[in-house]
Design a protein around this ligand. Structure first.
Ligand code: HEM
Length: 216
């Protein structure tokens, strides 16, 4: 058996791959949020950020390939886990214990993940796979100034917050950071951070929709 198949067939290997790909994606989302927040500081700042991003050239493309690889790995493992769990336990439990993992965010990971996937298809179509006639700042205004699109973006980014909230909590568990002696609340803080990231994205969308002059 090859190394890849061995890793994929061991549950520890899968957990580690899920954690590694999830950490990389979370880091990207954090950097993306920081970059997008520059729109709140005005058009010049936002355009400077986008120009810097594009000046990275081949490095940016290398990063995009890494991002796509992490994303595909994460989705593949999530689906594998989901269908294996369903095969092992076709009937859901009648009683849900209220441990940290049995929160709304924890129980809806496959659904929030699916919403994120659909949101990303639209998002990349809006911003990446287009003929760039408009500067990105005007594009942002056009996309988020459309109420129907803004609502879809709000749903997408809130799904990101929900997904990250359980994902970061789960990462702390996988890395064994939940030790009661020194990090009794670290996993809860991670869950709050995930939610805060989603809410901050949502804030940018709300500002763009109702106060476009303030945004760019
Ligand atoms: C307020 C919400 C958001 C805004 C305004 C926004 C804005 C943008 C913009 C302007 C770009 C194009 C950047 C460029 O010119 O290269 C972009 C790309 C991208 N966005 Fe977002 N974004 C938002 C939320 C998200 C979320 C929540 C995710 C992840 C789940 C995401 C994932 C991506 C990805 C994967 C790319 C392509 C990155 C690349 O090619 O390097 N975005 N976004």
């Amino acid at each position: 058996m090859g190394r890849t198949s061995r890793t994929l067939s061991s549950s520890l290997g899968r957990k580690m791959l899920m954690a590694a790909s999830g950490s990389f994606l979370s880091l990207f989302i954090l950097v993306h949020l920081a970059g997008n927040s520059s729109a709140l500081l005005g058009r010049t700042t936002f355009l400077a950020y986008v120009d810097y991003l594009h000046s990275l050239g081949v490095l940016l493309h290398f990063f995009e390939i890494l991002l796509l690889t992490a994303f595909c790995t994460h989705v593949f493992l999530a689906l594998l886990l989901f269908f294996e769990n369903r095969k092992a336990r076709p009937e859901p439990y009648a009683v849900v214990k209220s441990s940290g993992g049995a929160t709304l965010a924890g129980q809806t990971m496959i659904y929030s993940g699916t919403v994120i996937l659909l949101f990303l298809v639209l998002h990349l179509q809006n911003f990446l796979f287009i003929d760039r006639e408009l500067p990105v700042a005007d594009l942002l205004r056009t996309v988020l100034g459309n109420p129907a699109l803004a609502v879809i973006y709000l749903i997408g980014t809130l799904a990101v917050g929900l997904h990250l909230s359980h994902g970061l909590w789960s990462l702390c568990q996988t890395l064994g950071l939940e030790h009661p002696k020194y990090t009794s609340t670290l996993d809860k803080k991670a869950a709050l951070l995930g939610l805060a990231i989603g809410l901050f994205f949502a804030l940018i969308i709300v500002v763009a929709l109702f106060y476009p002059g303030f945004l760019l």
